[in-house]
Design a protein around this ligand. Structure first.
Ligand code: G
Ligand code: G
Ligand code: MN
Ligand code: NA
Length: 252
């Protein structure tokens, strides 16, 4: 049986869930948001999201996965974005797929998310993987419509996909996610790539989230370069929603 078929059968069961990885403001050390990451427990272990998302994309059914992700995110959003003492709500990053950008359907799904959660649009950061952005007038219209809702759009895995620097000018983003490949080079290899990625993004007025931060040396380098946000095992692994909530108000 194809993996995508099995996934769709599991999609509305507890076998499929969202985990949340904290995103930290490097200036204050405060947790300021989270990235929702899909999990599928299959035969007693977690299946790789990269594998099953790709399988769903190949089978042309990933929009149904995204729909379920948005439903689960809506159910959790009030808890995940909540902060004490009337501070502004935390943000929630949600990954969507290339195929979601081929139709305006996603806009009504995202609008539903806002209505259901009654949260400001700016709480939602929508992440799109670079390899998704190869072509299409629809893609740019849908991206513009997401930003017109007031949500922020993040380019995920920048520098690792197949597209070139022109994605940055062809499509309008708010946030650049620095792939962990570049973060891991901070101590072991050269910082040339990451320094140039950061300078390029800064000149375009983008915010950054560094991914896969595992050491304090990486954190310090990124902070000194002016990178605002980070996530990674130095802070926390992705957590089930109840664990995520119980660490509310955490500083690192
Ligand atoms: O956490 P991790 O191994 O789980 O995630 C691997 C990759 O899977 C991430 O880079 C991300 O792009 C993708 N991914 C995780 N969750 C989702 C999701 O809910 N939807 C989509 N489309 N991709 C996701
Ligand atoms: O969206 P994206 O593919 O970038 O998702 C991030 C992926 O990276 C997830 O699979 C997540 O579990 C994983 N991840 C998150 N933090 C770290 C980290 O510090 N180190 C490593 N090696 N992987 C991480
Ligand atoms: Mn992501
Ligand atoms: Na990424």
């Amino acid at each position: 049986e194809p993996m995508a078929t099995e996934l769709l059968r599991a999609i509305n069961t507890p076998a499929v869930s969202l985990y949340y990885q904290p995103i930290v403001d490097l200036n204050s050390g405060a947790r300021v948001g989270a990235e929702a990451l899909i999990r599928w427990e299959r035969e007693g272990k977690f299946e790789s999201p990269e594998r099953f998302i790709l399988a769903a994309e190949t089978a042309g059914v990933v929009t149904r996965v995204t729909q379920r992700v948005l439903q689960m995110a809506a159910d959790d959003a009030a808890f995940v974005t909540h902060c004490d003492h009337g501070a502004r709500p935390q943000h929630l990053s949600i990954n969507i797929s290339v195929q979601d950008l081929q139709s305006t359907e996603i806009i009504s799904e995202l609008r539903k998310l806002m209505v259901k959660t009654n949260l400001p649009a700016s709480c939602f950061w929508i992440e799109i993987t670079e390899r998704a952005l190869l072509e299409g007038a629809t893609t740019s219209e849908v991206l513009a419509a997401i930003r017109a809702l007031g949500m922020k759009v993040a380019l995920d895995d920048f520098g690792t996909g197949y597209s070139c620097l022109s994605v940055l000018t062809e499509f309008k983003f708010d946030i650049l996610k620095i792939d962990r490949v570049f973060v891991s080079q901070i101590e072991t290899g050269s910082t040339l790539m990451i320094e140039h990625i950061i300078k390029l993004g800064q000149s375009l007025g983008l915010e950054f989230v560094a991914e896969g931060v595992e050491t304090t040396a990486q954190r310090d380098f990124l902070r000194d370069m002016g990178v605002r946000y980070a996530q990674g095992w130095l802070y926390s692994r992705p957590l089930p929603v109840m664990s995520y909530i119980s660490e509310r108000g955490k500083y690192y």
